[in-house]
Design a binder for this molecule. Structure first.
Ligand SMILES: Cc1ncc(C[n+]2csc(CCOP(=O)(O)OP(=O)(O)O)c2C)c(N)n1
Ligand SMILES: [Mg+2]
Length: 691
C-alpha cells in the first residue's frame, strides 16, 4: 500500500478540520437563526479527501451528495463560498441563496448543482458520462461542449439512497455502456433514523457482487491512507477506460442527520462512543503524529487554526446581503430571442401534405441532420439491431415517428433505452448539462410518472436552483391523449396540467402537422426542457394534415392561432379538442348564425394571453375546452386569468368543457361519455351565447 505523501496528508487534515469547523459554525449559526438549516459532512471527511486527491476539478465531473462538504473543499471551493450558502446570501456562488447549505454547484470546477432528492443524481451523472464519450466521437460540436478522453464522472450517495429505483436504473446503464463513472456509496449505517439493515437484505457491495460490467470495491472510509490508495487505483482504472466502479465505503455519522434531527432518540450512547473511536479526523491526526509530521500540540494548533479561518469567513458571510426579493422569479426559464416572423403563420408553399406523425418524423430527420448535438433515445425508437438492419425495414418507435433515424444517423444518435422512464429523462439531463441537445421520448404519456422525479426535480429546477449557472435543454417528446376507441386508462390519458404546474418546463401541444414542425424546430432553440406533447389521435387524422412548412420557418412558443373568426363567443382549446371546437362552432353558425372565435393555444407554457384577451374584448364571452380532466385542468388557469384580467369585458360567466373527473374507459360507451365531444361543446356554445 502506498502511503499518502506527507504534504497531502497535512493539507487534507487541514481541510478535514475546516470541514468539521464549518459544520460546527453552521450549527451555531443555525441556533442563532443566522443560518436556517444544517446538514453535516462529519465522518465523511477522510473518504472525500482521499478520493479528491485523484480527481481533477474542471476536468472530471461531479454530482456530489450533501455530505460531500470536504470533497468540494478538496476540489478548491472556499469555506466562504460554503458559508455564503449557509446564510442564504445573494452572493452564494452555488445558488444565490436559493438552496439549502451543502447543495453545491460550481460550473468552473464541473460541480453540477444538486437537488435534495436522494438517489436521483445518479441518472444525470450517467448522462454526463455518456455525453463525454459522445463528444469525443463528435469533435465538431463546438467549443462549449468539450470532453477529455480520460475524464471521470463522480457521483455519490448514502447507503439509504441505494434503495431508490433510480439508483438501479443508473447502475444498469453505467454497466451496460461501460461508462467511466465512479459511484461512491458512503455508508454511515443510517438513513436519518433507519439503520442500514432495514434498507436492504445485505450491504450494497454484497448485493452487487457479480453485477456484470461493474467493478465493486470496498474501503474503510475513515482511514485516509486507505481511501487515498483506493482512489488512486480506481480512478486510474476509470481513466484507462476499464468501466464503472462502485466504491462502498463505510464511514461514520457523529452528528445527527441534520439540524432537524436528534440522533440520541434512536442511537445508543455506546454506538456513538464506538464511532468516536473511528472518527476520521482523529485517525488522520494520529497518522500525522505517527509520521512525525505533527506533535500532539501541533494537531491542536491545526484544529484551532481551522476554526479561526472558518470564524473569519463567517464574519464575511454574515455581512453579505440576502437576495433581492424581486429576483425570486429570475432564471425559471430563459426563452430564446425568436427569429422575426414574416406574417405570424407558416407559408403555405404548396409543400407536400403530410399527416402529423410523418411531419414530425421528417422534421426530426431535418433537425438531426443540422445539429450533431441532437440525440434521440427512448423505448423502441431505434430501427433494429445493427446486424439486422440490411435485412429488415426497421421499427422507429411504436408510432413510427423516429423511423429511419438510426439508419440515417447511426446508433450513437438514435438508440433504444432500457424500459425505464427515469433512466431516459435523467440521462437527458446529464447530456444537456454537457452541451448536447437530447431528444428523449417517453413512449406513452400514461407511463411518464416513473420519470416525474427527473422531469420535475432534476430537469425543471436546474436553471433556478443554480441561479442560472446550469440548465437542462431537452425536447422530451411524449405521445398523449385519447379518442382512440380502446386506448383505455393506460393509453389514453391526458394530464398536461400537471406539467404546466411545474415552473421551469415549457409545454407545447400542437394540433396540426405544420404547427408540430414549427414548434419542434422552435423547441430545439430553447435553452430549457420542453415537454412536447404529440396527440396520438392527431398523428394520422386527415384534419391535422398540412403542407410541410418551408425550411427555416419556426413557430415561436406563446403564439396561439385564431382558427375561426366570430363575434359572440371566444373558444380556447388545444390538442385534439381544437377540431371538435371547430366542428361545433361551424355547426352552430350554420344552424342559427351564432359565430365564435376559436383559438388554438398551441403552447401552454407560455400561452398566448394577449390573443385570448383581444378575442374576449370583442366577444365578451369565454369557453375553454380541453381533453384533460376538468378539476385543476389548464382550463381553470385560463378561466382564472381571464376573470382576473378581463372581468370588465365579460358579459357572461366563463364555462369549461372537459373530461369527467375520472379515467378513460375501454368501452367506447365509457370513452364517449368521459371525453368531451362535439355535442357537449355545441351545448355549451348555445347555453353561453343565449345569455
Ligand atoms: C427522494 C427523497 N426521499 C426522502 C428524502 C428525505 N431524506 C433526506 S436524507 C434522507 C436519508 C438519506 O440517507 P442516506 O442515503 O444513507 O444518506 P446519509 O444522510 O446517511 O448520508 C432522507 C430520507 C429525500 N431528501 N429525498
Ligand atoms: Mg446513510
Amino acid at each position: 500500500m502506498t502511503t499518502p505523501p506527507l504534504t497531502h496528508l497535512l493539507e487534507d487534515l487541514r481541510l478535514a478540520a475546516i470541514s468539521r469547523a464549518l459544520d460546527d459554525k453552521e450549527i451555531a449559526l443555525q441556533k442563532q437563526n443566522r443560518a436556517f438549516f444544517q446538514i453535516s459532512g462529519a465522518g465523511h471527511e477522510a473518504l472525500c479527501l482521499g478520493l479528491a486527491r485523484s480527481l481533477r476539478a474542471g476536468h472530471d465531473w461531479f454530482f456530489p451528495y450533501y455530505r460531500d462538504r470536504s470533497l468540494v473543499l478538496g476540489l478548491g471551493v472556499s469555506p466562504l463560498a460554503v458559508l455564503l450558502q449557509a446564510v442564504g446570501a445573494a452572493e452564494d456562488p452555488a445558488s444565490g441563496g436559493r438552496q439549502m447549505p451543502c447543495h453545491f454547484g460550481d460550473p468552473a470546477r464541473h460541480v453540477v448543482s444538486q437537488t435534495s432528492a436522494t438517489g436521483s443524481q445518479i441518472l444525470p451523472a450517467v448522462g454526463c458520462a455518456e455525453a463525454g464519450r459522445y463528444l469525443l466521437a463528435h469533435p465538431g460540436i463546438g467549443a462549449r461542449a468539450t470532453a477529455s478522453a480520460d475524464e471521470v464522472t463522480y457521483v455519490s450517495l448514502g447507503e439509504g439512497a441505494t434503495s431508490q429505483g433510480e439508483f438501479w436504473e443508473g447502475l444498469n446503464t453505467a454497466a451496460t455502456a461501460r461508462l467511466p463513472l465512479l459511484i461512491v456509496v458512503a455508508d454511515n449505517g443510517w438513513a436519518i433514523s433507519v439503520p442500514a439493515a432495514q434498507q436492504q437484505p445485505a450491504p450494497i457491495s454484497e448485493l452487487l457482487s457479480g453485477f456484470d460490467g461493474l467493478h465493486v470495491e470496498q474501503v474503510d472510509g475513515t482511514d485516509y491512507a486507505a481511501t487515498y490508495e483506493i482512489g488512486r487505483k480506481i480512478v486510474a482504472s476509470l481513466r484507462a477506460g476499464d468501466g464503472p466502479v462502485l466504491l462502498h465505503a463505510t464511514v461514520t455519522r457523529p452528528y445527527s442527520h441534520s439540524a432537524a434531527d436528534t440522533q440520541s432518540k434512536y442511537r445508543t450512547e455506546s454506538d456513538l462512543d464506538d464511532e468516536q473511536a473511528r472518527d476520521p479526523i482523529r485517525r488522520m491526526a494520529r497518522l500525522a503524529v505517527e509520521a512525525g509530521l505533527l506533535s500532539e500540540s501541533g494537531v491542536e494548533e491545526l484544529l484551532s487554526e481551522a476554526r479561526a479561518e472558518v470564524d473569519a469567513a463567517a464574519v464575511v458571510a454574515l455581512a453579505a446581503a440576502p437576495p433581492d426579493p424581486t429576483t425570486a422569479t429570475r432564471h425559471v426559464v430563459s426563452l430564446p430571442r425568436w427569429p422575426v416572423l414574416r406574417d405570424g403563420s407558416q407559408r403555405d408553399d404548396g409543400g407536400e401534405e403530410l399527416n402529423m406523425a410523418d411531419a414530425i418524423r421528417r422534421c426530426l430527420h431535418e433537425i438531426m441532420a443540422a445539429d450533431e448535438r441532437v440525440r434521440v433515445f427512448g423505448e423502441d425508437v431505434a430501427d433494429a439491431p445493427a446486424a439486422n438492419l440490411d435485412q429488415v425495414e426497421g421499427k422507429g418507435g411504436v408510432f413510427g415517428t423516429t423511423f429511419g433515424l438510426q439508419r440515417s444517423f447511426g446508433e450513437d444518435r438514435c438508440f433504444n433505452s432500457p424500459l425505464a422512464e427515469a433512466n431516459i429523462v435523467g440521462r437527458a439531463v446529464g447530456q444537456a448539462v454537457r452541451g448536447l441537445r437530447p431528444c428523449p421520448e417517453v413512449q406513452f404519456f400514461d407511463y411518464i410518472w416513473t420519470a416525474m422525479q427527473q422531469i420535475r426535480t432534476e430537469a425543471a429546477t436546474l436553471r433556478w436552483r443554480s441561479n442560472g449557472a446550469f440548465s437542462a435543454p431537452m425536447v422530451l417528446r411524449v405521445p398523449i391523449g385519447g379518442y382512440l376507441s380502446g386506448g383505455a386508462i393506460w393509453h389514453s390519458q391526458s394530464g398536461e396540467a400537471i406539467f404546466t404546474h411545474t415552473p421551469g418546463l415549457l409545454v407545447a401541444m400542437p394540433s396540426t402537422a405544420a404547427d408540430a414542425v414549427g414548434l419542434l424546430r422552435a423547441a430545439f432553440l430553447c435553452e430549457d426542457p420542453v415537454l412536447f406533447l404529440e396527440h396520438k389521435h392527431l398523428y394520422r387524422q386527415p384534419t391535422s394534415r398540412s403542407p410541410y412548412p418551408e425550411e427555416g420557418w419556426i413557430l415561436p412558443f406563446g403564439r396561439g392561432a385564431l382558427r375561426r373568426r366570430g363575434d359572440e363567443l371566444t373558444i380556447v382549446s388545444w390538442g385534439a379538442t381544437v377540431g371538435r371546437c371547430l366542428d361545433a362552432a361551424a355547426g352552430i353558425e350554420a344552424e342559427n348564425g351564432t359565430s365564435c372565435d376559436v383559438i388554438d393555444l398551441r403552447t401552454l407554457v407560455p400561452w398566448d394571453r394577449q390573443m385570448v384577451a383581444d378575442s374576449v374584448a370583442s366577444t365578451g364571452r369565454l369557453l375553454v375546452v380541453h381533453e384533460d380532466v376538468r378539476s385543476g385542468g389548464f382550463g381553470a388557469e385560463v378561466a382564472a386569468w381571464v376573470a382576473d384580467e378581463c372581468f370588465h369585458l365579460l358579459r357572461a360567466p366563463i364555462r369549461r368543457v372537459a373530461a369527467l373527473d375520472t379515467f378513460v374507459g375501454y368501452s367506447p360507451a365509457l370513452e364517449e361519455i368521459i371525453l368531451p365531444q362535439t355535442a357537449d361543446i355545441a351545448d355549451a356554445i348555445a347555453e353561453l351565447t343565449a345569455r
